[in-house]
Design a protein. Structure first.
Length: 584
């Protein structure tokens, strides 16, 4: 507040005081309420003007996005239909289906393909074009969850069309069941809209009599650790810990390794600031013993990633950690302790780390992924400031540290060829000899833009992502190498975000961007790149059914059912607010 404003405010207060005194002397005259006179500039430009326009425009109808307003309205109607179809309500509310509604059987029982893989059976339905006008029948009553995702909206004057993904999970005949379907829906443009017809374009059912069981309590076997920490979700710690200490927004890492060479795998997991990292030693009876404090690795600093790896070639697993902008090197002393031997300070906030002998000298080197520049983003922040949003190159730099022995490491990022195009908000890195020339190559999954494939030629790297066809412009979260089709060539799977809202909006005529295809790709989902054997890859995510894994994070090739084919396991999800309509 400047001096002029203070003076005017003081005069206004004095005026109010004199008015009150005169009123007290003449009680028969009604007094007007005291009003503080504001400076004219404050009246014309109130403090909330800057945000008012943004808040108002959160309503898509106000902002001119009728397609988004229709998506919300039709989504509510689909939710009511889903409640009925899953047996949670015996009646369907009036006004969801038009009197002339038509649809084929929404759960067809004729299948064109059936595949059994151990305990898992996958059935793909032979879709019918026969439309009936009968009310659809509920088709899965023991339901755990159902979800509609509207991925496309097309509006005309008298009707609207939407494409919706449906996923239902539950149990049937003693088996777990998941239904995945795609519906093309025709709507009236009334308020609320009513369904005129549904035309399924895809329907598959996955059933399993045997699944995974949560054995966290029995596996960890430390009641205090379970009850005091692990049973609580991230929201609990957000509410309990001061934001100033940096509660992580994207999660914390974990590493598994045999630290005492007894043939049993031990566990180290990282935690947000103020919660101690844990080193849990596996005992012969299968239980775990907490040796974090005695080992000297119970850090209270927010720790993003951890790695068990033998960096000094003495035959045991050392421990490497990333905390904000620094890398900590703990030597396994062989007596249950891990003294700190080296610290590397970075110019970036660091995410994932991995070790590889990139130059073939017999010593493992270390690579760390940099997300944003140090000081540009607080550890507890969730988003950075990418420019431009879908193809940013203003993030933090990655770092390659060459291991020269005796716990000394030199930054060779630039001299090795990794210094170019190195500000890409990297979240994950994976090494593999994709071209079969005897040295490990490096793929980087970058948020907010295109990825990198650095071909290794005798310790010198060249970015060949564009030529190889794997730039994969999108929100890269992770990547995994694996032979997906058993042809002897290493393929690549990249996890990205799938956004139903992004898929809808980027296909509207009013969404005008010079790189429209890039924005549409940003919202599409994951990629499966099949190695062609000539240095190039072909994206077969859509044809293989691996493109949509929701808001995907980590991914890994693993043969879950021991049939000789590598399956894909993908984690997904994100922190969300407690909104009643959040499932739309």
């Amino acid at each position: 507040m400047n001096r002029l404003t203070l003076t005017l405010a003081s005069l206004a207060l004095v005026s109010c005081t004199k008015e009150k005194e005169e009123t007290a002397a003449k009680p028969e005259t009604p007094s007007a309420p005291a009003v503080l006179t504001l400076h004219p500039s404050a009246t014309k430009n109130p403090f909330n003007n800057a945000t008012k326009d943004i808040v108002v425009r959160e309503d898509p109808a106000v902002d001119g996005w009728q397609s988004e307003a229709f998506s919300v309205a039709s989504g509510k109607q689909l939710k009511l239909l889903g409640i009925y179809l899953t047996g949670q309500s015996s009646t369907l509310p009036q006004g969801v289906l038009a009197p002339s509604f038509s649809a084929p059987d929404l759960r067809p029982d004729n299948f064109e393909e059936s595949t059994s893989l151990a305990s898992i059976t996958v059935k793909k339905s032979l879709l019918s074009s026969d439309q009936t006008h009968a009310l659809p029948e509920p088709f899965l009553k023991n339901t755990n969850h159902f979800k509609f995702k509207i991925i496309r909206v097309d509006l005309s004057e008298n009707e609207a069309r939407t494409t919706a993904l449906l996923q239902i999970s539950g149990t049937e005949k003693g088996a777990r069941l998941q239904i995945n379907a795609t519906w093309n829906c025709l709507w009236s443009t009334s308020d609320p809209p009513t369904l005129l017809s549904i035309t399924p374009t895809a329907h598959e059912e996955v059933s399993s009599s045997v699944g995974f069981a949560d054995c966290t309590r029995s596996a960890i076997g430390i009641p205090a650790l379970i009850e005091d920490q692990l049973i609580y979700g991230r929201n609990h710690w957000y509410r309990s810990l001061e934001s100033s200490i940096g509660v992580e927004g994207r999660g914390n890492g974990i590493t598994i390794g045999d630290i005492n060479n007894d043939g049993l795998e031990d566990l180290y997991f990282c935690q947000p600031a103020a919660l101690p990292n844990k080193l849990l030693l596996r005992k012969s009876d299968g239980s775990l013993r907490d040796i974090s404090a005695s080992a000297g690795v119970d850090w209270l600093d927010a720790t993003r990633a951890a790695l068990f790896i033998d960096l000094d070639n003495d035959g045991d697993q050392d421990l490497i950690l990333t905390q904000a902008t620094r890398i900590l090197f703990h030597e396994n002393a062989g007596n249950g302790t891990f003294p700190l031997r080296h610290t590397h300070e970075s110019l970036s906030l660091l995410f994932s780390i991995n070790a590889v002998d990139y130059d073939g000298d017999g010593r493992l080197d270390l690579f760390a992924s940099g997300y944003s520049g140090a000081g540009e983003l607080r550890p507890e922040d969730i988003f950075a400031s990418p420019m431009p949003y879908h193809d940013a190159n203003n993030g933090g730099s990655n770092v390659l540290l060459k291991n020269t022995g005796s716990w000394t490491f030199f930054d060779v990022t630039k001299t090795s060829g990794l210094g170019g195009d190195n500000l890409r908000f990297t979240l994950a890195s994976v090494w593999e000899d994709y071209d079969n020339d005897g040295d490990p190559d490096l793929y980087l999954a970058n948020d907010f833009g295109r990825n990198n494939l650095f071909r290794n030629d005798n310790g010198t790297f060249t970015d060949v992502a564009a030529q190889a066809g794997v730039e994969d412009i999108g929100p890269g979260m992770s990547a995994a190498w694996g032979d997906a089709n058993n042809d002897g060539l290493i393929d690549l799977y990249v996890s990205n975000m799938f956004s139903s809202a992004g898929s809808r909006i980027t296909r509207q005529s009013q969404f005008q961007q010079s790189d429209l295809a890039g924005f549409q790709r940003h919202a599409r989902g994951n990629s499966l790149f099949i190695n062609q054997g000539d240095g190039t890859f072909q994206d077969e995510a859509e044809s293989s059914g691996t493109v949509m894994a929701r808001w995907a994070w980590g991914s890994q090739f693993v043969d879950l059912n021991n049939d000789g084919w590598r399956d894909l396991y993908v984690t997904n999800g994100f922190v969300t607010a407690d909104e009643r309509d959040d499932d739309l």
